[in-house]
Design a protein around this ligand. Structure first.
Ligand code: ARG
Length: 408
């Protein structure tokens, strides 16, 4: 009998998957729940998989690995898909895929399976990741095949005594992990309609935020957040702590229409307070530690990095090459950023770096000024020489110079 390892969330769809694959395809199912910080009672999830018919159900705590191997790289790359989305779901799929493959080896499985639909990005990420990690494994996608409506799935679960709690009947599709929450469906499918307040669970409404401003300090080592208010903190713990702190100030919500890899424009609602704040802090520290041309070139590559992760190409030579470049740019991105929280806002209010490039004696207008003022006149003349020559010899239209009162 064939054996399949299923990426199991404990929700309605993957619970139905367990039973449906057994009945329709006559396979043995091993359920694998990967903890990437989504919260929930994993023992209850494990038992639910067994009740649904899994021959084995395992839980893997991948939070530290997820933060240190995946999220930290995305922070170093300031990765925001289409300039906004910090890749909540996209980053978690490769780490889940890696554990699926590991479990397939451990349990001697022939295939892995996921509960993604055919319309989304997550199927792309799971399947491409598994194919690059283990080309010999088959990848099964029951949800893409069964053609159930949500009602059908609920009925199927009831008929087979698969225990589903009422929370699964919410009208939204939610994907959650350390980086934040992605909320889709329901009334949000109309991009004109504001997301209902009840979709948010980790960010408060701005009107409920503390009136009192407050600050926290993030310390970075070569681009990676390593301390919070001076205390060494593993990244997964820092993100959890900051989600609570920053979320309470009503910062971190995103409402956007994005381009899915499968060609659909989709209305997405996210809340990711810590991830957004850490990227703001990181960019701020880069501004003081990175040489100008390096900053420019890196900024040009950042959207490419985000696209790659979004498009399911985490395990790819380009991602590795870009990471090598990014790491090289991060050698001196070490220092501290003082972040300030006000209702609905989170911003950098101070930054310092021992090997920073900010040079007080060059920047100051005070007596300590060490800038060579005499160099400026010749520099500026040569800087503009080319356009000055053009204006003298070739300009055909008279420049518009305002008449009358002139200032400055
Ligand atoms: N649109 C986002 C992405 O592709 C979120 C996907 C959320 N997934 C889900 N199963 N609800 O990364």
């Amino acid at each position: 009998m064939k054996r399949v390892v299923l990426a199991y969330s404990g929700g309605l769809d993957t619970s139905v998957c367990v039973r449906w694959m057994q009945e329709e395809w006559d396979v043995e199912v091993v359920a694998l729940a990967v903890d990437v910080g989504q919260g929930g009672d994993f023992e209850a999830i494990r038992l639910r998989a067994l009740t649904a018919g899994a021959i084995e159900a395992v839980v893997v705590d991948a939070r530290a690995e997820y933060a240190s191997e995946y999220v930290s790289r995305a922070i170093k790359a300031n990765a925001l898909y289409e300039g906004k989305y910090p890749l909540v779901s996209a980053l978690s799929r490769p780490v889940i895929a890696r554990h699926l493959v590991a479990a397939a080896r451990e349990f001697g499985a022939d295939a892995v399976a996921h509960g993604c639909t055919g319309k989304g990005n997550d199927q792309v990420r799971f399947e491409v990741s598994v194919r690059t990690l283990a080309p010999d494994l088959e990848v099964l996608a029951p949800v893409r095949q069964w053609g159930f409506t949500r009602r059908d799935s609920i009925e199927y679960a009831a008929r087979h005594a698969i225990p589903i709690t009422v929370t699964e009947e919410k009208p939204y599709s939610v994907d959650e992990n350390l980086v934040g929450r992605a909320i889709e469906c329901g009334v949000m499918e109309d991009p004109w309609v504001a997301p209902p307040v009840d979709v948010y669970t980790i960010t408060a409404a701005i009107t409920d935020a503390p009136k009192e401003a407050r600050e926290f300090i993030v310390g970075f080592d070569r681009g990676v957040p390593v301390t919070l208010d001076g205390i060494p903190t593993p990244l997964h713990e820092m993100i959890t702590e900051l989600n609570a702190l920053i979320g309470a100030y009503g910062y971190g919500r995103i409402d956007m229409v994005e381009n899915r890899r499968v060609g659909i424009k989709s209305r997405e609602t996210y809340e990711c307070p810590a991830a957004l704040a850490l990227i703001v802090a990181h960019q701020d520290l880069e501004a003081i530690t990175q040489e100008r041309d390096v900053m420019r070139e890196k900024a040009r590559l950042e959207p490419r990095y985000a696209d790659l992760v979004y498009d399911g190409l985490w395990f790819s030579p380009l991602r590795e090459a870009l990471d090598a470049f990014v790491d090289s740019t991060q050698r001196h991105v070490t220092g501290e950023v003082r972040m300030r929280l006000e209702p609905g806002r989170c911003f950098a209010a101070g930054r310092r770096a021992e090997r920073g490039l900010y040079d007080y004696e060059l920047a100051t207008y005070e007596a300590e000024d060490a800038f060579r003022h005499e160099d400026a006149a010749g520099f500026v003349r040569l800087w503009g020489l080319s356009v000055e020559t053009w204006a003298r010899r070739q300009r055909t239209e008279e420049p518009v110079v305002p008449r009358g009162d002139t200032h400055g």
